[in-house]
Each structure stands twice: as structure tokens, then as C-alpha cells.
Design a protein around this ligand. Structure first.
Ligand code: 5GP
Ligand code: ZN
Length: 114
């Protein structure tokens, strides 16, 4: 998929609406459109990579910021203490639907392993 067709690249470019939770130079966090928990935010690198298979294509700093922003979002959404899941789907068996790397930050209810 090219970056032109990628829905998350369109969100990064402002061509598609989203409810932004956190925005910085290289990382964006926004509400998942199909929220599966009271808190369900997606954290993405603005650079298009399809999955963790390409994590080596982003800088170490960006990779680290993805993790830090996930926790900052959890704090902002008030689930850092009650707990939250951080999940990255990769490839067919995971159910990955959008092929722009994204981390789900989910909380606000009891979560189970799938
Ligand atoms: P995946 O299964 O690829 O890990 O998850 C993709 C997630 O992206 C799903 O939870 C879905 O609800 C969300 N999603 C898909 N399209 C859009 C969109 O256009 N805007 C937003 N905010 N979320 C989307
Ligand atoms: Zn993309």
C-alpha cells in the first residue's frame, strides 16, 4: 500500500479527520474510530512503516517515543494506574487491518488476553 492510500498517513496529513489525543513531531495519537474499550487510542509513528517488520526503518528515538507516548496517553486518559493494554498487531493471524504501524492503548475496563 502506498502512503497516498494509507488511511493513517491521511490522518497524519490532515486529509482525514481524527480526534487527536497527542501530537508531536514524529508521533501522533488519536482515538480509535471503533473503540473497543472506554479508552482506545492509537499511537503511530508519522513515518509510514507497515508493521514491526520495518521498525528498523525508523530512528531509535522514534521507536522509543512510541512507547513513551503510549504511557503518556494512558496517564492523560487516566488509566495508567488502573492499567491498560498496549498491543501491536502484525500480519494476518493478529487481525491487522491497517498496514501503518500502530499501537493500541486500551483501558478503562478489565481486559483479557485474546
Ligand atoms: P488493526 O486491526 O489493524 O490493529 O487495527 C486497526 C484499527 O484502526 C481498528 O481498531 C480500527 O477501528 C481503527 N481504524 C480504522 N480506520 C480508522 C480511521 O479512519 N480512523 C480512526 N480513528 N481509526 C480507524
Ligand atoms: Zn501510512
Amino acid at each position: 500500500m502506498s502512503e497516498n492510500d494509507c488511511v493513517f498517513c491521511q490522518i497524519v496529513r490532515g486529509e482525514m479527520d481524527s480526534e487527536v489525543v497527542h501530537d508531536e513531531e514524529e508521533v501522533l495519537a488519536f482515538q480509535d474510530i471503533g473503540g473497543q474499550a472506554p479508552v482506545h487510542v492509537l499511537v503511530i509513528p508519522k513515518q509510514h512503516i507497515s508493521s514491526l517488520a520495518e521498525i528498523g526503518d525508523v530512528s531509535d528515538g522514534v521507536a522509543k517515543r512510541l512507547l513513551e507516548v503510549a504511557h503518556e496517553v494512558a496517564k492523560k486518559m487516566d488509566v495508567a494506574e488502573s492499567g491498560y493494554a498496549f498491543r501491536i498487531n502484525n500480519g494476518p493471524d493478529s487481525g491487522q487491518e491497517v498496514f501503518h504501524l500502530h499501537a493500541h492503548v486500551m483501558g478503562g475496563r478489565k481486559l483479557e488476553m485474546p
